[in-house]
Every structure is written in structure tokens, then in C-alpha cells.
Design a protein around this ligand. Structure first.
Ligand code: NAP
Length: 242
């Protein structure tokens, strides 16, 4: 069977993506870092709706953790493969560069950019062998236009966008598409301390986006209807970058 692995699937956008992909018929592997409670809630919501889901804990920023978890999963699913990968796990450590310490920089780069590399490299082989695969990474408007206070995050997301374009060219002939989505402000735990009332005035649509709206876009990119879309960055931001 074709499984979908969603990193950071326990909460926010990742949780909504897990539910959307399950609705499309994919058995979903919900990755999480530490919030098993939230991952179990996502799993229950999928099962209550008639879908199939399982949990897989690993730290995307830790090569050994990624390798061990995915190798274990494959050994227990010899007739299945990860056909869809959604690189979604992420953190923010915002501060002006003059105050940014080494850990603020490296943890954000490791989680987003190294995480993209470790997980994608590990699972793409099966997609290439089976000649069908979908890789969608959740980038950000910050990786396209830069945001003050986010040099670490903008660099990581910009790196994912560039890697997405390069990888898309490597694997296109094998039926594997590689795309990124770039949300603006989306209502999740990651943005809950932001001043939504003030910030929404800067957004042409006049509101933050919903995790489900990003998830529907990811579900489309994963579908057969999107087979000819690859190497693209699709912005979803209520007109913020127009
Ligand atoms: P969130 O609600 O804070 O959720 C973050 C998720 O990432 C959680 O499931 C968390 O797992 C997981 N995670 C964090 N570090 C991890 C690691 N090292 N290994 C595995 N999982 C890890 O964030 P969100 O807003 O949904 O963001 C999801 C993605 O969208 C991120 O890549 C973010 O940069 C991007 N994004 C968000 C916005 C926005 O406005 N919200 C805008 C643009 C882009 P635990 O539950 O176990 O902690």
C-alpha cells in the first residue's frame, strides 16, 4: 500500500494534512517529536472518520533517529512503501541577528533544512523504484521574501525551496513530483503569541489562514491531478505577497 508520512503531524498544519490525506484514502504515518498526546488525538480523529493512521516518533533534526525510525517502519511493512512525504515539522526561534545565538541559528536550520534532507533522502529510494511518489515541503513566505527577526528561519525555508527545485529535476522522469507550499500567517500554536488583530490588517484577505486550507492545497499536490506540477512553490497567504 502507498502510505503518507507527515513530519510534525501531531499539531497545527501537519495534523490537518494528516486528516486531509487520510480522507483521500492514504494510510497516514503521523510523525511527532514529543507531543504524543497530540499525535494520538490526530490518530483518533482520522480513525473516527474511517481512515487509517499510525504514529512514528522521531526527531527530524537527528539523522540517527530518522534512520532508525524509518528503517523500523519499513521492516514492519514489507508490502508497503512511503509514497507520499510531507516535510512539515518546524520550529521558530525569532530574534534579530545581532542577538541570535548559535543555538537559535543551528536548531532552526537543523530542524527545517537538515530535517528535509535526512527524511527525504531516506524515503525517496522506494518512490523512485516504484515510479510513483509525491514530496511536498511546507516552506514559508519568510523563505521567499525574508522577514526581520527570522534570518535563521528565512534561510532554512529558502534552502528548502532551492532544494525542492533541484530535487524535482533529479526525479521527474521517475514519476516523483517535488513541490513546496509557502504559507503566510496560519492559525496554529506557532503563531498563537502573535498579535493577530494588528497583523491581519496587513493581509489583503483580512485574516490569518487556517491549517485546513494549507492541508487542502497539500492534498491537491499529492493527487494524480497534480502529476504535471513539479519543482514549484505554491504561495498560500491571503494575498500578502501580491
Ligand atoms: P506547530 O503547530 O508549532 O507544530 C509543529 C509541529 O512540528 C509539531 O507537530 C511538532 O511536534 C513538530 N516538530 C517540531 N520539531 C520537530 C522535530 N525536530 N522532529 C519532529 N517533529 C517536530 O507549527 P505549524 O504552524 O503547524 O507549522 C508547521 C509547518 O508550517 C512548519 O514547518 C512551519 O515552519 C510552517 N509554517 C507555519 C506557518 C504558520 O503561520 N503557522 C506559516 C508558514 C510556514 P510535537 O507536537 O511533538 O512538538
Amino acid at each position: 500500500m502507498k502510505y503518507a508520512l507527515v513530519t510534525g503531524g501531531s499539531r497545527g498544519i501537519g495534523s490537518a494534512v494528516c486528516k486531509a490525506l487520510a480522507k483521500e484514502g492514504f494510510p497516514v504515518i503521523i510523525n511527532y517529536m514529543s507531543r504524543e498526546d497530540a499525535a494520538l488525538e490526530t490518530k483518533k480523529a482520522i480513525e473516527d472518520a474511517g481512515g487509517k493512521a499510525e504514529l512514528l516518533q522521531f526527531d527530524v533534526a537527528d539523522l540517527k533517529s530518522v534512520d532508525a525510525a524509518v528503517t523500523y517502519w519499513s521492516s514492519t511493512h514489507t508490502d508497503d512503501y512511503i509514497a507520499v512525504l510531507v516535510n512539515n515539522a518546524g520550529i521558530r526561534k525569532d530574534t534579530l541577528m545581532m542577538w541570535m545565538d548559535d543555538e537559535d541559528w543551528s536548531s532552526v536550520i537543523n530542524t527545517h533544512l537538515n530535517g528535509f534532507f535526512y527524511v527525504t533522502r531516506k524515503v525517496q529510494g522506494d518512490m523512485l523504484k516504484k515510479r510513483w511518489g509525491r514530496i511536498v515541503s511546507v516552506a514559508s513566505l519568510s523563505g521567499i521574501k525574508g522577514m526581520p527577526g527570522q534570518t535563521n528561519y528565512s534561510a532554512a525555508k529558502g534552502g528548502i525551496i532551492a532544494a525542492t527545485k533541484a530535487l524535482a529535476l533529479e526525479v521527474a522522469k521517475r514519476g516523483v513530483t517535488v513541490n513546496a507550499v509557502a504559507p503566510g500567517f496560519v492559525e496554529t500554536d506557532m503563531t498563537k503569541e502573535l498579535d493577530e488583530n494588528t497583523l491581519k490588517n496587513t493581509i489583503p484577505a483580512g485574516r490569518f489562514g487556517k491549517a485546513e486550507e494549507v492541508a487542502d492545497l497539500v492534498a491537491f499536490l499529492v493527487s494524480d491531478k497534480a502529476a504535471y506540477i513539479t519543482g514549484q512553490v505554491i504561495e498560500i497567504n491571503g494575498g500578502l505577497n501580491t
